[in-house]
Design a protein around this ligand. Sequence first.
Ligand code: MN
Length: 154
Amino acid sequence: MGREAGLPLPYRWQQPVNHIQEGETAMKKKILIVEDNPQNMRLVEMILRAKNYTLLRATDGQEALDVARGGRPDLILMDIQLPKIDGLEVTRRLRKTKAFRRIPVIAMTAYAMKGDKEKAIEAGCDAYLSKPINTRELPRVIAEMLRQRQKVKA
Ligand code: MN
């Protein structure tokens, strides 16, 4: 009785304390970047590393599913044109499981064709960005989506 989660008692007091700061969350948010183009991957990584996010990566649709399920990201940046399973199908599959029903998914696509946005939203994406990635817009959209998600949870 009274033994929390079966951990030896002193261990509990070694846990870091989260200091909640106004306007931001104390915990580092984890973002999964799904992108098969190495140059785009590098660019997005560079932008998001500067914002101090924890990053996970996947370079095809199957890997995206595996890394998402294993790594539990707070948000997913999803390229649509991907080897193996495309980003729309990855999103549809993730949305079927409870853990991924409400995690923000931002679609990215190189071919901004009419109807692409609708297809992305229909597949379960929350937002849509066309490539080339706008280096200022991307972190702004991500921060906004994370903030909205935080409000819903609170
Ligand atoms: Mn691609």
